[in-house]
Design a protein around this ligand. Sequence first.
Ligand code: XIL
Length: 357
Amino acid sequence: MNRRRFLASIPLALLCAGAGQALAQVPPSAGLRALADRKSFRFGSAIDPEDVGNSIASQMYIDNVNSITPRNQLKWNATEKMPGVFSFGPADQVVGFARRNNMRVYGHTLVWYRTPDWVSAINDAETIRAAMNRHIKQVVGRYKGSIDAWDVVNEPLEYDVPDLRDCVFRRLLGDDYIRMSFDMAHEANPDAMLVLNETHLEKKSDVFEQKRVRILKIVEDLVARKTPIGAVGLQSHFRPGLDRIDPEGMGRFCAALKDMGVGVFITELDASCHFLDRGKVPTPVSYAEVFGDVITIAAERGDLKGATVWGMSEKYGELDEKDTNPGAACTKRVNLYDENNDPRSSIDGIKRAIEAM
Ligand code: XIL
Protein backbone atom coordinates (compact mmCIF):
# COMPACT_ATOMS: atom_id res chain seq x y z
CA MET A 1 0.00 0.00 0.00
CA ASN A 2 1.44 3.38 -0.92
CA ARG A 3 1.48 6.24 1.58
CA ARG A 4 -1.50 8.07 0.12
CA ARG A 5 -3.66 4.95 0.11
CA PHE A 6 -2.51 4.07 3.60
CA LEU A 7 -3.45 7.53 4.93
CA ALA A 8 -6.76 7.41 3.11
CA SER A 9 -7.57 4.16 4.88
CA ILE A 10 -7.29 5.80 8.32
CA PRO A 11 -10.55 7.39 9.47
CA LEU A 12 -10.28 11.19 9.37
CA ALA A 13 -11.40 11.59 12.95
CA LEU A 14 -8.51 9.46 14.12
CA LEU A 15 -5.94 11.49 12.21
CA CYS A 16 -7.34 14.75 13.57
CA ALA A 17 -7.48 13.43 17.13
CA GLY A 18 -3.84 12.34 16.93
CA ALA A 19 -2.65 15.65 15.50
CA GLY A 20 -4.75 17.61 17.94
CA GLN A 21 -3.35 15.75 20.90
CA ALA A 22 0.23 16.13 19.77
CA LEU A 23 -0.16 19.81 18.98
CA ALA A 24 -2.46 21.02 21.63
CA GLN A 25 -1.83 19.83 25.04
CA VAL A 26 1.64 19.90 26.57
CA PRO A 27 1.70 23.26 28.33
CA PRO A 28 4.86 25.29 27.85
CA SER A 29 7.46 24.26 30.42
CA ALA A 30 7.26 26.33 33.59
CA GLY A 31 11.03 25.96 33.75
CA LEU A 32 11.07 24.56 37.27
CA ARG A 33 13.44 21.75 36.39
CA ALA A 34 15.98 24.04 34.74
CA LEU A 35 15.82 26.36 37.72
CA ALA A 36 16.18 23.52 40.23
CA ASP A 37 19.12 22.09 38.29
CA ARG A 38 20.80 25.48 38.19
CA LYS A 39 20.44 25.74 41.97
CA SER A 40 21.45 22.07 42.49
CA PHE A 41 18.12 21.64 44.27
CA ARG A 42 16.22 18.37 44.31
CA PHE A 43 12.72 19.25 43.16
CA GLY A 44 10.27 16.45 42.54
CA SER A 45 6.73 15.27 42.15
CA ALA A 46 4.79 12.15 43.00
CA ILE A 47 3.88 10.20 39.88
CA ASP A 48 1.61 7.29 38.95
CA PRO A 49 2.50 4.67 36.34
CA GLU A 50 -0.45 5.86 34.18
CA ASP A 51 1.28 9.24 33.83
CA VAL A 52 4.39 7.51 32.49
CA GLY A 53 2.32 6.06 29.66
CA ASN A 54 0.61 9.38 28.87
CA SER A 55 2.71 11.45 26.48
CA ILE A 56 1.33 14.77 27.66
CA ALA A 57 1.47 14.07 31.37
CA SER A 58 4.93 12.52 31.20
CA GLN A 59 6.32 15.53 29.34
CA MET A 60 5.11 17.79 32.14
CA TYR A 61 7.24 15.83 34.62
CA ILE A 62 10.22 15.85 32.28
CA ASP A 63 9.94 19.63 31.97
CA ASN A 64 9.50 20.44 35.62
CA VAL A 65 11.20 18.00 38.00
CA ASN A 66 14.54 16.30 38.51
CA SER A 67 13.21 13.78 41.05
CA ILE A 68 10.11 11.59 41.24
CA THR A 69 8.37 9.65 43.98
CA PRO A 70 6.22 6.66 42.99
CA ARG A 71 2.97 7.64 44.73
CA ASN A 72 1.75 4.19 45.81
CA GLN A 73 3.84 1.57 44.03
CA LEU A 74 6.53 1.07 46.69
CA LYS A 75 4.16 0.75 49.64
CA TRP A 76 4.10 -2.62 51.42
CA ASN A 77 0.57 -3.11 50.10
CA ALA A 78 1.92 -2.94 46.56
CA THR A 79 5.26 -4.73 46.82
CA GLU A 80 4.56 -7.64 49.19
CA LYS A 81 0.87 -8.49 49.23
CA MET A 82 1.63 -12.06 50.36
CA PRO A 83 4.42 -13.04 52.77
CA GLY A 84 7.69 -13.23 50.89
CA VAL A 85 6.07 -12.80 47.45
CA PHE A 86 7.37 -9.57 45.96
CA SER A 87 6.15 -7.74 42.88
CA PHE A 88 7.80 -4.67 41.43
CA GLY A 89 6.22 -4.22 37.99
CA PRO A 90 4.53 -0.81 38.49
CA ALA A 91 7.44 0.53 40.56
CA ASP A 92 9.86 -0.55 37.83
CA GLN A 93 7.83 1.40 35.26
CA VAL A 94 8.34 4.57 37.24
CA VAL A 95 12.01 3.87 37.97
CA GLY A 96 12.63 3.15 34.26
CA PHE A 97 11.00 6.45 33.32
CA ALA A 98 13.27 8.24 35.77
CA ARG A 99 16.36 6.55 34.41
CA ARG A 100 15.51 7.40 30.79
CA ASN A 101 14.97 11.01 31.75
CA ASN A 102 17.84 11.48 34.12
CA MET A 103 15.75 11.97 37.25
CA ARG A 104 16.39 10.82 40.80
CA VAL A 105 13.88 8.55 42.55
CA TYR A 106 12.64 9.03 46.12
CA GLY A 107 11.31 5.85 47.76
CA HIS A 108 7.98 5.97 49.61
CA THR A 109 7.65 4.07 51.98
CA LEU A 110 8.93 1.10 54.02
CA VAL A 111 7.29 0.93 57.46
CA TRP A 112 3.82 2.45 57.74
CA TYR A 113 0.81 1.50 59.84
CA ARG A 114 -1.16 0.82 56.63
CA THR A 115 0.04 -2.71 55.85
CA PRO A 116 -1.42 -5.75 54.14
CA ASP A 117 -3.68 -7.76 56.47
CA TRP A 118 -1.18 -10.57 56.82
CA VAL A 119 1.29 -8.13 58.42
CA SER A 120 -1.17 -6.66 60.89
CA ALA A 121 -2.24 -10.19 61.86
CA ILE A 122 1.25 -11.12 63.07
CA ASN A 123 1.29 -11.47 66.84
CA ASP A 124 4.81 -12.18 68.02
CA ALA A 125 7.89 -10.01 68.11
CA GLU A 126 10.27 -12.36 66.34
CA THR A 127 7.93 -12.88 63.36
CA ILE A 128 7.28 -9.17 62.86
CA ARG A 129 10.99 -8.36 63.17
CA ALA A 130 11.83 -10.99 60.56
CA ALA A 131 9.05 -9.74 58.25
CA MET A 132 10.31 -6.15 58.52
CA ASN A 133 13.86 -7.23 57.90
CA ARG A 134 12.96 -9.30 54.83
CA HIS A 135 10.75 -6.56 53.43
CA ILE A 136 13.24 -3.74 53.90
CA LYS A 137 16.18 -5.77 52.63
CA GLN A 138 14.33 -6.87 49.49
CA VAL A 139 12.86 -3.52 48.55
CA VAL A 140 15.77 -1.24 49.42
CA GLY A 141 18.29 -3.75 48.11
CA ARG A 142 16.56 -4.13 44.78
CA TYR A 143 16.71 -0.40 44.08
CA LYS A 144 20.14 0.19 45.55
CA GLY A 145 21.47 1.73 42.34
CA SER A 146 18.36 3.75 41.51
CA ILE A 147 16.67 5.01 44.69
CA ASP A 148 18.87 7.24 46.82
CA ALA A 149 16.38 8.43 49.47
CA TRP A 150 13.75 6.53 51.46
CA ASP A 151 10.86 7.38 53.74
CA VAL A 152 11.81 4.63 56.18
CA VAL A 153 9.06 5.18 58.75
CA ASN A 154 5.92 7.00 57.65
CA GLU A 155 3.51 8.74 60.02
CA PRO A 156 4.74 7.28 63.33
CA LEU A 157 2.51 9.72 65.24
CA GLU A 158 -1.27 9.97 65.31
CA TYR A 159 -2.63 12.66 62.99
CA ASP A 160 -4.22 15.00 65.53
CA VAL A 161 -2.76 13.72 68.79
CA PRO A 162 0.93 14.10 69.66
CA ASP A 163 1.36 10.44 70.62
CA LEU A 164 3.06 7.53 68.92
CA ARG A 165 0.54 5.71 66.80
CA ASP A 166 -0.64 2.26 67.70
CA CYS A 167 0.46 -0.14 64.95
CA VAL A 168 1.51 -3.76 64.72
CA PHE A 169 5.21 -2.84 64.72
CA ARG A 170 4.99 -0.80 67.92
CA ARG A 171 2.63 -3.22 69.63
CA LEU A 172 5.10 -6.10 69.23
CA LEU A 173 8.50 -4.36 69.24
CA GLY A 174 7.88 -1.24 71.34
CA ASP A 175 8.89 2.31 70.40
CA ASP A 176 12.24 0.92 69.31
CA TYR A 177 10.68 -0.29 66.04
CA ILE A 178 11.62 3.09 64.56
CA ARG A 179 15.32 2.68 65.27
CA MET A 180 15.24 -0.93 64.07
CA SER A 181 13.69 0.12 60.75
CA PHE A 182 16.38 2.72 60.11
CA ASP A 183 19.17 0.28 60.96
CA MET A 184 17.72 -2.32 58.57
CA ALA A 185 17.42 0.22 55.75
CA HIS A 186 20.96 1.44 56.34
CA GLU A 187 22.26 -2.08 56.15
CA ALA A 188 20.47 -2.61 52.83
CA ASN A 189 21.81 0.63 51.33
CA PRO A 190 24.38 2.54 53.38
CA ASP A 191 24.43 5.38 50.83
CA ALA A 192 20.73 6.23 50.86
CA MET A 193 19.36 9.24 52.72
CA LEU A 194 16.93 7.85 55.31
CA VAL A 195 13.90 9.91 56.25
CA LEU A 196 11.30 9.88 59.00
CA ASN A 197 8.15 11.26 57.35
CA GLU A 198 5.35 12.90 59.35
CA THR A 199 2.17 14.97 58.97
CA HIS A 200 1.31 18.50 60.16
CA LEU A 201 4.78 19.47 61.48
CA GLU A 202 4.74 22.67 59.42
CA LYS A 203 1.39 23.89 60.72
CA LYS A 204 0.11 26.14 63.46
CA SER A 205 -1.71 24.70 66.48
CA ASP A 206 -0.87 23.55 69.99
CA VAL A 207 -1.24 19.92 69.01
CA PHE A 208 1.09 20.31 66.04
CA GLU A 209 3.65 22.10 68.25
CA GLN A 210 3.48 19.07 70.54
CA LYS A 211 4.01 16.82 67.51
CA ARG A 212 7.16 18.80 66.68
CA VAL A 213 8.41 18.34 70.25
CA ARG A 214 7.69 14.60 70.09
CA ILE A 215 9.49 14.16 66.77
CA LEU A 216 12.51 16.12 67.99
CA LYS A 217 12.73 13.78 70.97
CA ILE A 218 12.59 10.72 68.70
CA VAL A 219 15.29 12.16 66.45
CA GLU A 220 17.44 13.07 69.46
CA ASP A 221 17.28 9.47 70.64
CA LEU A 222 18.12 8.16 67.17
CA VAL A 223 21.10 10.49 66.86
CA ALA A 224 22.29 9.60 70.37
CA ARG A 225 22.30 5.96 69.34
CA LYS A 226 24.09 6.75 66.08
CA THR A 227 21.14 5.70 63.97
CA PRO A 228 21.62 6.98 60.42
CA ILE A 229 18.73 9.42 59.96
CA GLY A 230 19.34 11.94 57.19
CA ALA A 231 16.19 14.04 57.36
CA VAL A 232 12.70 14.51 58.72
CA GLY A 233 10.04 14.65 56.02
CA LEU A 234 7.40 17.36 56.31
CA GLN A 235 4.49 16.05 54.27
CA SER A 236 2.91 19.49 53.84
CA HIS A 237 -0.56 18.48 52.71
CA PHE A 238 -2.31 21.80 53.22
CA ARG A 239 -5.98 22.26 53.84
CA PRO A 240 -6.64 25.93 53.12
CA GLY A 241 -9.34 27.19 55.41
CA LEU A 242 -8.22 24.74 58.09
CA ASP A 243 -4.42 24.96 58.31
CA ARG A 244 -1.91 27.74 58.39
CA ILE A 245 1.85 27.42 58.20
CA ASP A 246 3.55 28.22 61.49
CA PRO A 247 6.66 30.10 60.31
CA GLU A 248 8.03 30.44 63.83
CA GLY A 249 7.30 26.92 65.07
CA MET A 250 8.30 25.26 61.82
CA GLY A 251 11.43 27.42 61.58
CA ARG A 252 12.49 26.56 65.11
CA PHE A 253 11.90 22.88 64.40
CA CYS A 254 14.00 22.91 61.21
CA ALA A 255 16.79 24.76 63.01
CA ALA A 256 16.79 22.28 65.91
CA LEU A 257 17.16 19.41 63.45
CA LYS A 258 19.98 21.21 61.68
CA ASP A 259 21.78 21.63 65.03
CA MET A 260 21.66 17.84 65.38
CA GLY A 261 23.04 17.34 61.87
CA VAL A 262 19.65 16.26 60.48
CA GLY A 263 18.06 17.74 57.35
CA VAL A 264 14.49 18.38 56.31
CA PHE A 265 12.66 17.33 53.16
CA ILE A 266 9.31 18.69 51.97
CA THR A 267 7.87 15.36 50.87
CA GLU A 268 4.21 15.64 49.77
CA LEU A 269 3.37 19.28 49.15
CA ASP A 270 -0.15 19.94 47.88
CA ALA A 271 -3.38 21.66 48.86
CA SER A 272 -6.86 20.36 49.29
CA CYS A 273 -9.91 22.53 49.01
CA HIS A 274 -12.12 19.77 50.24
CA PHE A 275 -12.55 21.61 53.52
CA LEU A 276 -13.37 24.84 51.75
CA ASP A 277 -16.92 25.60 50.76
CA ARG A 278 -17.71 26.76 47.27
CA GLY A 279 -17.27 30.48 46.92
CA LYS A 280 -14.36 30.44 49.34
CA VAL A 281 -11.71 29.16 46.94
CA PRO A 282 -8.41 30.73 47.96
CA THR A 283 -7.20 33.43 45.64
CA PRO A 284 -4.39 32.44 43.27
CA VAL A 285 -2.02 34.43 45.44
CA SER A 286 -2.59 32.22 48.44
CA TYR A 287 -1.49 29.08 46.55
CA ALA A 288 1.71 30.91 45.65
CA GLU A 289 2.15 31.70 49.33
CA VAL A 290 1.46 28.22 50.66
CA PHE A 291 3.66 26.40 48.16
CA GLY A 292 6.44 28.99 48.28
CA ASP A 293 6.55 29.75 51.99
CA VAL A 294 6.93 26.20 53.24
CA ILE A 295 9.98 25.72 51.01
CA THR A 296 11.43 29.11 51.92
CA ILE A 297 11.15 28.56 55.68
CA ALA A 298 12.71 25.11 55.42
CA ALA A 299 15.55 26.47 53.28
CA GLU A 300 16.23 29.48 55.48
CA ARG A 301 16.09 27.77 58.86
CA GLY A 302 16.92 24.13 58.18
CA ASP A 303 19.21 22.00 56.07
CA LEU A 304 16.74 21.53 53.21
CA LYS A 305 17.52 18.46 51.12
CA GLY A 306 14.73 18.83 48.58
CA ALA A 307 11.01 19.35 47.96
CA THR A 308 8.40 17.17 46.28
CA VAL A 309 4.88 18.09 45.25
CA TRP A 310 2.29 15.34 45.54
CA GLY A 311 1.22 15.46 41.89
CA MET A 312 1.69 17.52 38.74
CA SER A 313 -1.68 18.28 37.16
CA GLU A 314 -5.21 18.09 38.46
CA LYS A 315 -6.25 16.98 34.97
CA TYR A 316 -4.78 13.55 35.65
CA GLY A 317 -4.82 13.81 39.46
CA GLU A 318 -6.75 11.72 41.91
CA LEU A 319 -9.96 12.72 43.64
CA ASP A 320 -9.49 14.09 47.11
CA GLU A 321 -9.32 11.10 49.41
CA LYS A 322 -11.98 12.13 51.88
CA ASP A 323 -14.31 13.73 49.40
CA THR A 324 -17.41 13.59 51.53
CA ASN A 325 -18.22 17.29 51.65
CA PRO A 326 -20.83 17.86 48.94
CA GLY A 327 -20.25 21.62 49.11
CA ALA A 328 -16.48 21.35 48.69
CA ALA A 329 -14.86 23.96 46.51
CA CYS A 330 -13.13 21.32 44.40
CA THR A 331 -12.71 17.58 44.21
CA LYS A 332 -9.07 17.29 43.12
CA ARG A 333 -5.98 18.13 45.13
CA VAL A 334 -4.27 21.29 43.98
CA ASN A 335 -0.86 20.77 42.38
CA LEU A 336 1.07 22.79 39.79
CA TYR A 337 -1.45 22.71 36.92
CA ASP A 338 -5.24 22.91 37.06
CA GLU A 339 -7.84 20.68 35.38
CA ASN A 340 -7.15 22.33 32.02
CA ASN A 341 -3.40 21.96 32.40
CA ASP A 342 -3.12 25.71 32.94
CA PRO A 343 -0.36 26.69 35.37
CA ARG A 344 -1.40 27.57 38.90
CA SER A 345 0.18 30.28 41.00
CA SER A 346 1.74 27.53 43.13
CA ILE A 347 4.42 27.48 40.41
CA ASP A 348 5.24 31.15 41.04
CA GLY A 349 5.59 30.50 44.75
CA ILE A 350 7.93 27.56 44.21
CA LYS A 351 9.99 29.55 41.72
CA ARG A 352 10.35 32.40 44.15
CA ALA A 353 11.51 29.98 46.87
CA ILE A 354 14.08 28.20 44.69
CA GLU A 355 15.36 31.44 43.13
CA ALA A 356 16.15 32.74 46.61
CA MET A 357 18.35 29.75 47.51
C1 XIL B 1 -2.05 8.59 49.32
C2 XIL B 1 -2.12 8.50 47.80
O1 XIL B 1 -1.99 9.80 47.26
C3 XIL B 1 -3.39 7.83 47.38
O2 XIL B 1 -3.37 7.58 45.99
C4 XIL B 1 -3.60 6.53 48.13
O3 XIL B 1 -4.87 6.02 47.82
C5 XIL B 1 -3.48 6.72 49.62
O4 XIL B 1 -2.24 7.33 49.91
N1 XIL B 1 0.38 10.53 53.36
C6 XIL B 1 1.21 9.63 52.73
C7 XIL B 1 0.89 9.19 51.36
O5 XIL B 1 2.27 9.31 53.25
O6 XIL B 1 1.31 7.88 51.11
C8 XIL B 1 -0.58 9.31 51.07
O7 XIL B 1 -0.77 9.05 49.69
C9 XIL B 1 -1.08 10.69 51.42
C10 XIL B 1 -0.90 10.98 52.87
